[in-house]
Design a binder for this molecule. Structure first.
Ligand SMILES: Nc1ncnc2c1ncn2[C@@H]1O[C@H](COP(=O)(O)OP(=O)(O)OP(=O)(O)O)[C@@H](O)[C@H]1O
Ligand SMILES: [Mg+2]
Length: 263
């Protein structure tokens, strides 16, 4: 595997300060082309902040973000999306009253830039058909083929989380960043979700960075796991190495839910 390829994301000494608080402290993170990297850490460790910095939803205080070797630190989120980054949010940002198909279609908006031209040339309807067809294919890939026309708000929570992933995939990313996609899922849903994510990864040859508290899910999908604590990267290794590491256990002590996960 070449060190720099499609979907290769690097955060170099990412620091983010909010007033007096250092949410990310010189964090080094790398997702190589085709790799699945898990990002874990206790509540408030700075995981979502790191996603915000990598994807451009918040400016870094200092540090650099490279995508496929290109410096994207100053680029807005939409531009990074065009270059291949897609993310989901910790709190799903779906339109509950719209259908699954409509929500996924919205994910394709970056493909619509040519719309004005296409309309002028009389190609609008064809482009629309193509977008609809592509959205349906993504839905099927994500196991949502049977609920395409259901309003998202009517679906079980686990299914809604999958719609988020499908919407992100509709932008045809080379790297997908998932912020706690398994939150609120029961163990069956999360096992199914992990299986689906791994399959999508294998078929699309995507890179993935996944924040997750569910350690079983992280272990199931990740090639490598990074651990953040108080804004600092405290270790990285395989899921097993991380699980056994005393620093990681210490970081999680005091949060009852995580103690259970680690038991
Ligand atoms: N916009 C903001 N303004 C001020 N402080 C913020 C902001 N966003 C995050 N923080 C603070 O930065 C720290 C890191 O928060 P962040 O949301 O990145 O943690 P997290 O690891 O994602 O936690 P969780 O597991 O609960 O989602 C927290 O102390 C949080 O309160
Ligand atoms: Mg978070």
């Amino acid at each position: 595997m070449t060190p720099v390829g499609r979907g290769h994301l690097e955060g170099i000494e990412i620091t983010k300060r909010y007033a007096g608080l250092v949410a990310n402290d010189a964090v080094e993170v790398e997702v190589r082309a085709g790799e699945v990297v898990g990002l874990i850490g206790p509540n408030g460790a700075g995981k979502t902040t790191l996603f915000d910095c990598l994807t451009g939803f918040t400016p870094v205080t200092s540090g650099r973000v490279l995508l496929d070797g290109e410096d994207v630190t100053e680029l807005p989120p939409a531009r990074r999306a065009e270059l291949g980054m897609a993310r989901t949010f910790q709190q799903a940002k779906l339109f509950a009253h719209l259908t699954v198909a409509e929500n996924i279609l919205l994910g394709r908006h970056r493909h619509y830039r040519a719309r004005a031209w296409q309309s002028a040339l009389g190609l609008g309807a064809a482009a629309e058909r193509e977008a609809t067809e592509a959205s349906r294919q993504v839905a099927t890939e994500c196991g949502l083929g049977d609920v395409l026309d259901a309003p998202v708000g009517d679906l079980p929570y686990g299914t809604q989380r999958m719609v988020e992933v499908a919407r992100a995939l509709a932008t045809e990313p080379t790297i997908l960043l998932l912020d706690e996609p398994g939150a609120g899922m029961d163990s069956n849903e999360s096992a199914y979700f992990g299986h689906l994510i791994r399959r999508i990864h294998d078929e699309r040859e995507l890179s993935i960075l996944i924040i997750e508290h569910d350690v079983a899910l992280v272990a199931a999908v990740s090639d490598r796991v990074c651990v953040l604590d108080f804004g600092r990267l405290i270790m990285e290794g395989t899921a097993d190495e991380v699980r056994r590491d005393p620093r990681v256990r210490d970081a999680y002590l005091g949060t009852a839910a995580s103690q259970e996960e680690y038991a």
